[in-house]
Design a protein. Structure first.
Length: 238
């Protein structure tokens, strides 16, 4: 969805793009940079890049940034952390309802900046930085970067996911409400890859490969004619 609005820093206005839950969107920016916007995410960007290239992200996006001259940096601004690049490929996950921002670098180099960081953090390919919003601390890890951007190819990849992370991912991926009922979650880790699987098949495989069971509550028609979200309750097998 493109909304032409006045922006004090740019008289040409700006655009806003939103990927609804259960969908992903491929995008192109005015400078030729391209990328993907993941489910439940919003990207704001100027209709014309002037002296700087700045975009605002809420949610998750993968960027393939076009390299221009050395003075023309590309900056992804999130609520608590800025990602500064020149020409590179990377993934940013910064959902407003989560306490952590994850930046994963595939190619090139990026610099992470925040008023809460004593010094900027420089990243190299196949590195991930987890920034904890509550403690204002950052941890750098070695990872296989393309695991964390596989969502743009329709793959739901879970790598030692906690039960809470599993519920969040399923909720966004399938636009449903997933809750946890009386499950001990401290030692739960789930590893799987799903590609273009429907929700019923994913739940069936989850039941086979873990100690979880599930219950589905179908949508209910509301007073205004709309329908509630489908609800999934995860519980222990009895």
């Amino acid at each position: 969805v493109n909304n032409r609005k006045q922006n004090p820093a740019n008289t040409e206005g700006w655009a806003e793009m939103t990927a609804p839950l259960g969908s992903r969107i491929k995008f192109s920016l005015p400078d030729g940079s391209q990328g993907w916007l993941n489910r439940g995410s919003t990207l704001k960007y100027p209709l014309y890049f002037a002296s700087s290239r700045e975009v605002q992200l809420s949610g998750q996006a993968f960027f393939n940034v076009k390299h221009l001259d050395n003075s023309n940096k590309f900056v992804v601004k999130t609520k608590y952390l800025d990602v500064e690049v020149k020409g590179t490929s990377f993934d940013v996950a910064a959902y407003n309802d989560e306490d952590q921002i994850d930046v994963t670098l595939e190619q090139g180099s990026v610099l992470l900046k925040s008023t809460n960081l004593s010094t900027p953090i420089e990243m190299k390919p196949n590195e991930q930085v987890n920034y904890n919003i509550k403690t204002q601390t950052a941890t750098k890890l070695r990872v296989t970067a393309n695991y964390f951007s596989a969502w743009k190819e329709g793959k739901l990849m879970l790598r030692n996911a906690s039960l809470e992370e599993l519920a969040r991912q399923l909720s966004r991926w399938y636009n449903v409400e997933v809750t946890i009922d009386n499950v001990q979650t401290s030692d739960f880790q789930y590893r799987a890859t799903f590609k273009d699987e429907n929700l019923g098949e994913v739940l069936r495989l989850l039941k086979i490969s873990s100690q979880l069971n599930y219950k589905i509550t179908e949508r209910v028609k509301q007073a205004d004619g709309s329908f509630s979200k489908q609800k999934i309750v995860l519980s222990n097998k009895n």
